[in-house]
Design a binder for this molecule. Structure first.
Ligand code: Z5A
Length: 211
């Protein structure tokens, strides 16, 4: 495969199955000859991983919504420039566990930060980089939280109440409805095999298209 790579992002609430899907999708894409780079947000670079540590630290209870939003975008700005853009320009595909849609869902829907503010940060920090395909793993909040339970101490964001995650889910679904050509919504309540099958089907159009 030649030309610019493809950028696929995975989104969803806590416990929706992104990590599980990532492993299966990686195996599938590599079996088709894709030179694949895995990334995650927040994090994915040396700087970003340190920012992630701060963002998820349960001791950072005093973090205000504005700081949280800016830190998410600080991590993202670094990832775009240091990792994502060079890889895509070199023809590699990128599979990223969360990207900018998560900020609209969590900091916008969850924390109530205005969408216009997030859009302004996106324009600045992401330098025009949008995903070619975003797979939204959609699952009722209670089901995701039940899956994630028992993993030890909740991080700072996982410790939020159910209402927060209901707003996150609603914001994700609204974004998917507004951009149906970029999003594929996958029923994450299915078996892992069925989720992977749907995800693979959603990627087929990325092969052979001119980027
Ligand atoms: N965040 C933000 O606020 N703003 C932003 O801009 C960004 C992120 C980028 C870190 O994300 C936090 O940062 C996250 C959003 C916020 N906070 N929260 N909540 P993360 O992606 O690193 O963490 P996470 O969302 O909490 O991921 P997770 O809980 O690890 O979920 P997952 O990766 O989607 O799930 P999983 O580990 O694949 O599966 C969970 C369990 O369910 C596991 O036992 C699996 O074996 C099981 N599983 C998976 N799939 C299935 C199916 N299909 N059926 C049954 N069981 C399943």
């Amino acid at each position: 495969m030649t030309g610019r790579g493809r950028f696929i992002t995975l989104e969803g609430g806590e416990g929706a199955g992104k990590s599980t899907l990532l492993a299966g999708l990686r195996a599938h894409l590599e079996s088709r000859g894709v030179d694949l780079l895995l990334a995650r947000e927040p994090g994915g670079t040396g700087l970003g991983e340190r920012v992630r540590g701060i963002l998820l630290d349960p001791a950072q209870r005093a973090m205000c919504a504005e700081s949280e939003l800016l830190l998410m975008f600080a991590s993202r700005a670094q990832l775009v420039r240091e990792t994502l853009e060079p890889a895509l320009a070199a023809g590699r595909w990128v599979l990223c566990d969360r990207y900018v849609d998560a900020s609209y869902a969590y900091q916008g829907g969850g924390r109530g930060q205005p969408a216009e503010r997030i859009a302004a940060l996106e324009q600045w920090a992401c330098a025009g980089l949008k995903s070619d395909l975003t797979l939204l793993l959609d699952l009722p909040v209670a089901d995701g939280r039940a899956r994630a339970a028992g993993r030890g101490e909740a991080d700072r964001i996982e410790a939020e109440a159910d209402g927060f995650f209901e707003r996150v889910r609603a914001a994700y679904r609204a974004r998917a409805a507004a951009e149906p050509q970029r999003f594929r919504v996958i029923d994450a309540g299915q078996s892992p095999e069925a989720v992977l099958r749907d995800a693979i089907a959603a990627t087929t159009h990325l092969f052979g298209t001119a980027a």
